[in-house]
Design a protein around this ligand. Structure first.
Ligand SMILES: [Zn+2]
Length: 422
């Protein structure tokens, strides 16, 4: 990339309006607003449909062309001088957790909109088209797993695979996609298979590092790897009053031993390993019945490929050794290796931050993001901004307006640079 000559004289950044961005963040947060200041705007909900309509309205005001695909990814395009070239994509998601905050995802989409508005104000059309994107169902709280839209866009999953996924009320992705797409008859439908020239995503850190180090921006080095498992422990139901200890095959007692053994096996004095049992279902879950079955989840994450492999591979053995008198089965559901974003993109973002005088540091992402899927399709980079006390997936999630503006200035210049040089 011969972008050095073009880097950040601040021509674009000076048109970024922190106040306009902030007002839009507050306005978008009205869709699905909760009493404690958070947001419930889950994927493909009525609240998300309304928020999309609002985004499309804003985009049309500044001359962008909206379109969507069959997975309900939303695109807002600003045409470049050479529109036949693959575009530069920038964005994130606008769906939220059921008790989410105002900034997780929304910042990435609205900062992208602000960036394009700044590029337009500079009156020099970039070579490539710039497209803002809001990916469908990043959070996965209503329809699991998350990052559905970016997975289908990137070819990691087939559209047909996600259509049959149902929420807790039994409603399918297929019927909600149909509802959403019928609510937007004016949007142009686009096919899958477009390969972008690059993708950038700005997001809140969702951790405390940037705040503690007093930096405005984090340049994300990569995303740690993740493996998930489902463990089923089978014992036998028995009467709580009559069944003696010797006769019991208590699935709950066995499961507790197994979780304890796993906790020990995953112990890391340096606290880099992330090991979580977040779901634990007991059957029949009745006060006077010895539990017959426990199903629990394992979420294991680590930034190093070899360590993640070693720890994850040990899980079935640890479970077998600790199962006492019950049967146990371990099923791996997901194995996403750690990834590292290309140095060329990271260095370009770094030069931009430096030129703009925005304080920055390198940082690894502990959470997954849509950028994970885009990474395998095109050169991809991420920018983090600090959030208060690292709190996220929580109504109390909060950021400073100046950090949001600084991050957006970096994003805007980086986007313009990529659209002209990559
Ligand atoms: Zn997010």
């Amino acid at each position: 990339m011969a972008h050095q000559a073009l880097i950040a004289k601040g021509d674009i950044a000076k048109h970024v309006s922190g106040a306009r961005l902030w007002n839009r963040l507050m306005e978008l947060a009205q869709f699905g607003a909760l009493p404690k200041g958070g947001v419930n705007r889950q994927a493909l909900s009525g609240e998300e449909i309304a928020a999309r309509a609002c985004l499309v309205r804003w985009a049309k005001t500044i001359g962008l062309e909206p379109s969507t695909d069959a997975a309900a990814n939303l695109f807002l395009s600003y045409r470049g001088k050479e529109p036949a070239l693959p575009p530069v994509l920038i964005g994130s998601h606008i769906d939220s957790q059921p008790t989410g905050g105002k900034f997780d995802g929304a910042l990435g989409v609205l900062a992208a909109l602000e960036s394009v508005e700044a590029i337009i104000a500079n009156r020099v059309r970039p070579r490539r088209t710039v497209e803002i994107v809001a990916w469908m169902n990043e959070e996965g709280s209503r329809f699991a797993p998350g990052m559905m839209g970016s997975a289908v866009f990137s070819g990691a999953r087939k559209l047909s695979d996600i259509l049959t996924v149902r929420d807790a009320a039994g409603v399918s992705v297929e019927s909600e996609l149909h509802r959403l797409l019928t609510a937007e008859p004016q949007l142009r439908q686009r096919p899958f298979g477009m390969k972008p020239a690059a993708f950038l995503e700005i997001h809140i850190e969702q951790g405390p590092v940037l705040e503690n180090k007093n930096k405005s921006v984090g340049i994300v080095t990569g995303i740690q790897g993740k493996r998930t498992f489902r463990v089923q422990v089978d014992g036998e139901e028995a009467h709580a009053g009559t069944s003696p200890r010797i006769a019991r095959r208590d699935a709950l007692v066995a499961a507790i031993d197994v979780v304890h053994a796993l906790q020990n096996a995953m112990w890391d004095p340096e606290d880099v390993v992330r090991f979580t049992v977040g779901m634990f279902n007991v059957t029949p879950n009745a006060p006077s019945v010895v539990p017959a079955r426990v199903v629990f989840s394992i979420d294991l994450r680590h930034p190093d490929v070899a360590t993640l492999r070693k720890l994850g591979d040990a899980i079935p053995e640890v479970c077998q050794a600790a199962r006492v008198r019950c049967d146990i089965s371990v099923k791996e559901l997901l194995h996403d290796p750690p990834l590292e974003f290309p140095k060329s993109i990271r260095h370009m973002i770094q030069s931009v931050a430096q030129a703009l005088g925005v304080s920055w540091m390198n940082i690894a992402s502990g959470a997954g993001h849509d950028a994970r899927y885009l990474h395998y399709v095109c050169p991809t980079g991420m920018i983090f901004i600090p959030c208060r006390n690292g709190i996220s997936h929580n109504e109390a999630e909060s950021v400073q307006e100046t950090h949001a503006a600084d991050g957006t200035r970096v994003l805007a210049e980086a986007t313009f640079t990529l659209a002209n040089t990559i």
